[in-house]
Design a protein around this ligand. Structure first.
Ligand code: ZN
Length: 435
């Protein structure tokens, strides 16, 4: 048993002082507030949080950070730049890039990443000899970076509603739901990896195939992009006479194990469908503002009791505090009112709700029996100094993360990842995939 002593800790019923947390193997076995440290305790710094969940990630998009900002455009022109990177990926370059990207996630305090995976095949859609070599590269990358992974393998059959796959999109497709399911069925979970599935979007899976995707693996997390852009809604209404959310409801894609990602442009009726089906939603505020998607309906979803989680998505920023603040601050800008979400609601979105969306219900809080995934945030940095301890999430950044413990292993210590210089790893990996 290892005992960690925390000056402050974010516990399920609030921030407590002088908290002793005993860990055995990968689990928390006891949590004792107002308890003095013992000589053998490992003393953590600052405020210790349950480690964060990044509920929506595309690791390879990290290569685009700071490289798409010089021109005017939209989501769709950004997507063209993203396709140029997707074209150049191979199993080795994806392994290097994802290892570095997941190490950046660990440095920021994330213990689990939900990787929405769609670059499955080689150029032209030719299957690799090992059909899941790209997914296995993501698994190995997470193992090296020390984070848990939920590999959300995405079914991607069409290049748009009624459109064939073209160009690099051919790498994403399996040809049919049956062939996608056959490939995914050979992916096995392990201690650090869980397998989930995804419908890429209503743009990428025809209406008549959606229910087959949902039925293929009925017990695993199911994610889908939903209504990130108005054009998706317009195309869906034109083709099928209903909104994407209605289509997903009619085809049983919406369910308690389902998470819709973005939901930026959903109607009140769409939100009612999400609520009735007990579907969850993942908002990605730093991506949605970067791609000029719009401000998502975080408060309207919350008021309808739709569980909210948070994702870094395209990794323009990897900072769980900034995602939490984005959820709140975008509502402030839209409404002129402060304090739309409580601090605990923001933390729930970044922790328990995200872990649940990714199939890790035993993680996300500091409590006996839970996974020992802890993040110590310094309270004495230029950013955090002076903040009330229960409001520090409005001030902290990823740079204030001091120690990250995942499954009882120390992955980040004094702000350094065990792999060493993560900036260098990123630089080298990105150089290999940009033209
Ligand atoms: Zn995405």
């Amino acid at each position: 048993v290892t005992a960690y002593w925390c000056p402050f800790a974010w516990l399920p019923d609030g921030v407590a002082a002088d908290v002793r947390v005993e860990v055995e193997a990968d689990r928390v076995v006891s949590v004792s507030p107002r308890t003095p440290a013992q000589a053998s305790d490992v003393r953590l710094r600052g405020l210790v949080l349950p480690a964060l969940a990044d509920a929506h990630s595309h690791a390879f998009h990290r290569a685009l950070r700071g490289r798409t900002q010089a021109v005017t455009g939209s989501f769709w022109s950004w997507r063209t730049a993203m396709y140029h990177v997707a074209e150049r990926l191979d199993p080795d370059s994806l392994l290097a890039l994802a290892t570095a990207a997941f190490a950046e996630s660990a440095l920021a305090g994330f213990s689990v990443v939900g990787e929405f995976h769609y670059v499955h095949h080689a150029a032209g859609g030719r299957p690799y000899d090992a059909p899941n070599v790209m997914g296995e590269a993501l698994r190995e990358a997470a193992r090296r970076a020390g984070v848990r992974l939920t590999l959300l393998d995405s079914c991607y059959l069409t290049g748009g509603i009624g459109q064939p796959l073209s160009g690099v999109q051919q790498r994403f497709g399996d040809g049919s739901v049956e062939q996608w399911a056959a490939r995914v069925s050979t992916l096995q979970p392990d201690v650090q990896t869980r397998i989930g599935i995804a419908v890429h979007s209503v743009r990428a899976v025809p209406a008549e195939q959606l229910s087959a995707v949902a039925a293929a693996f009925p017990d695993v997390p199911l994610h889908t992009h939903l209504s990130e852009q108005p054009a998706e809604n317009e195309q869906c209404v034109a083709a099928y006479g209903c909104t994407p959310a209605q289509l997903l409801a009619d085809t049983k894609v919406l369910s308690p194990r389902t998470t819709v990602v973005h939901a930026t442009h959903v109607s009140s009726d769409d939100i009612a469908l999400l609520a009735e089906s007990r579907t969850a939603a993942c908002l990605c505020p730093t991506t949605e503002r970067d791609l000029a998607d719009g401000i998502g309906p975080g408060l309207r979803l919350r008021n309808a009791s739709v569980p909210l989680s948070l994702g870094s998505d395209q990794r323009a920023i990897v900072d769980g505090f900034e995602e939490m603040r984005g959820l709140e601050m975008h509502e402030r800008l839209a409404s002129g009112i402060r304090g739309r979400f409580s601090g605990s609601a923001l933390m729930d979105a970044a922790t328990v709700n995200g872990h649940a969306a990714l199939g890790w219900p035993e993680a996300g809080s500091i409590a006996p029996g839970r996974l020992a995934d802890l993040v110590a945030v310094r309270l004495d940095t230029p950013r955090t100094a002076g903040a009330d301890v229960d409001q520090v999430l409005y001030a902290a950044t990823a740079a204030d993360v001091d120690t990250v413990i995942i499954g009882g292993d120390v992955v980040v210590k004094e702000g350094q990842h065990r792999l060493g210089n993560v900036g260098r790893l990123l630089d080298d990996a990105i150089a290999a995939v940009i033209a």
